[in-house]
Write a protein that binds this ligand. Sequence first.
Ligand SMILES: [Zn+2]
Length: 399
Amino acid sequence: MSATKNTPGGAVLPSPERLVRDLSEMIAIASVNPFDAPASPGHREQEFADHYQKSLDDLGLETGRREVADGRPNIWGRLKGRGSGPTLMLAGHMDTVGVEGYDNPFDPVEADGRVYGRGACDMKAALACYLEVVRCLHGSGPELEGDLLIVGLCDEEHVMIGSSEFGRNGPTADFGIVGEPSELKLCPAHKGQLGVFFRTRGKAVHSSVPEKGVNAIEHMGEVIHAFATYNADLQQTADPHPLCGTGRFSMNVIRGGDIVSAVADFCEMEVDRRYLPGETVDQIVADYRARLDALSKKIPDFTFEISAPTLDVKPLDTPRDSVLVAAVKEAADQALGRPVEMAAFPGGTDAPNLKIPCVILGPGSLEQAHSLNEFVEIEQMVDATAIYLGAVQRLCNRT
Ligand SMILES: [Zn+2]
């Protein structure tokens, strides 16, 4: 533990140098989510997990790991407390989005008070902060009453098999913080996300006599028309969520037909619905079905299907008056020297899958997260570490 910065009281403070070093090492290990392909070089959360688990081992934590899929582990490390307090989980995903078009994504660069590289803010920065939290705890006196559990998850950027598995099989905790890039805003809530396909089916005939067929693409055109005002309708709801606001809808993938000389007998469109805490998938599908049923009554030969969910990320809604939110707010207010901003996190996260009360708070911004110039501010990493440290001390020492 070199270059340790000490306070007059002897406590170890978060070190920008160590944070940059740890983050740079992590960026250099390519862990791009393989999406539907098998894990392969450059797409292995495995190598990243090996590195992160070793880092936790080296800090004296009791570590464990489980393969969720081939080459795709979840890992964790436990800093044991004295056994009389609650357990806090600091969790983060080890995968990143892709790098097509990104110049030197795995060569970390420190410049202008920032660290650049794929995964910098989403979310290897938070994983680096978690290591620094342990160093600060080691250097700062009495043991915690409860355990600190640090968790690295696979597959957040696709269908979240990592957190789903972890929520089922543990180890679990009493509270959780997920350090997704929130610009250090405290986010106790986010919307859910539901993806499904609408499918229309028609009758293929030679395109010299289209009137004898049923055109599935033209029918999908009617579907698009019927849903054209749906997003605006959702924003008119009388009962918005205090942090999440209103739901959203968009039509984002379409394909259909086969060759130009035949009437298309098939079309499918994948639609995205961001839904509020309190709404359910069943309600949303029923809402879709009602609009599509209305088309069946109006249009001859109109048939449709709604697929099973292609994506189903649950909403998060941790009570704003909970012990967890109060403790993290206190820690953040103190570390930032101003009242922390409370907000909904803009995207979906692993948090609901962990099945414990969770908040999202982390360094970096979601705006850079999936861009071709990803970075994190080093100062935000230092502040995030101080916030996590304050939260650990408050929550794990509750009796
Ligand atoms: Zn992320």
